[in-house]
Write a new protein. Sequence first.
Length: 330
Amino acid sequence: MAVLKNFKGDLLRPMTSFKSLKKFPEIRRKSTETIQVNLGYRCNQACSHCHVDAGPNRKEQMTLTTLNLVFKYIDKWKIPILDLTGGAPELNPYFRHAVEEAVARGMHVIDRCNLTILSEIGQEELAGFLAKNGVHVVASLPCHSKTNVDRQRGAGIFELSIAGMRKLNAQGYGIAGTGLELDLVYNPQGPSLPPDSEILTEEYKQVLAEYDVLFNRLLTITNMPINRFKHQLERDGLLNGYMDMLRSGFAEQNLSKVMCRALLSVSWDGHVFDCDFNQMLDLPVGGDKQAIHLSELIDLPLSNRPIAVDTHCFGCTAGSGSSCSGALTD
Ligand code: SF4
Ligand code: SF4
C-alpha cells in the first residue's frame, strides 16, 4: 500500500469520510486569457496517473470544423494564449495547422508534449516545426529517476524522454538567449503533494545535466483525484485520506489564482468547460446541467460567470497550489 503524506512530508493515515469534506468555495470567471484545446485522447503512451485516460487505442480527435470554430471564438474574444493538449496533441492531423493559425494571429502557443512523441515514426520534423513557430513546449517528466518514470509511464519511457529533450535542445530549446522555452512538469509518484518547486528544480537540473539535457522551468502539479489516479487510490484504500490531505492543505491565497478563472477548456468535440479536469468529469462550464458547445458561446461573455467547482478542486488549492502552469504560490 502506498504511503500517504501531507505537503510537509508528514505521514498521514486515512481519516474522515470523503462525504464530511466542506464544500469548495464559490468562485467566478474573469476574462479568458487562455483557451486550452484538447485535440483528442489518442496518445502513444498510457500512463498510470493520466487524468484523461488517454492511450494508443483512443479514437477521439478534434475535426477541422471544430478547430475552425475555436479560431472563430479566439478572433471574437481576442484570446492571447492557445494551449494545445490531449492525449498527445501532435497526433491530431490538424495540430500543425492549429499552431500556424495561432502564430499568424500573434498568439502565444503552448504544446503539452510528452517528449516521447518526438521519437515516433512520422514525427521526425516535429522538433524543427515547434522551434520554427516559437512554440512553448511544456513537457511531462514526472521524475528525474529512470526507475520512477518507467514505473509510472512504462518501460523505456525515461530514455525516450531524454532523447526527446535532446532533439528539442538541438533546436535551441532550453538554451539561454534563444527564446525557445522548454518547461518540464513534475507530478508526485503517489498520494502526496509536490515538494517545494525551487528545491526540486535544482535537483532536476543537477541530475539531468548528467544526461546533457537542458530545460527552463520545472512546473510542479498535484495529482487530481479523478479518473485513473482516483481508481488507483480507491484500489489502495487511500482515497478518503488523500481527499482529507487536500482539504486540510487548503490555502486561501490560491483561490484567486486557480487556472479556471482565466482559462476556457474545449473538448475534442467542441464542448466547453472551466478547466481540463472538469472536462474529464463532464462538468459543463459555469455549472450548467447540460453540456454547452462552443458554438453557443460565440456571442456570450463569460466574465463573472460562476465556475463549476466540486471536491476535486481542493487539488488546485492545497499547499502551494497547482495549475497547468505549476504551483500557484511560492
Ligand atoms: S503522455 Fe500524457 S496524455 Fe499520454 S497517457 Fe501519459 S499522461 Fe496521458
Ligand atoms: S479543478 Fe478546475 S474548476 Fe476546480 S479549482 Fe481547479 S481549475 Fe478550477
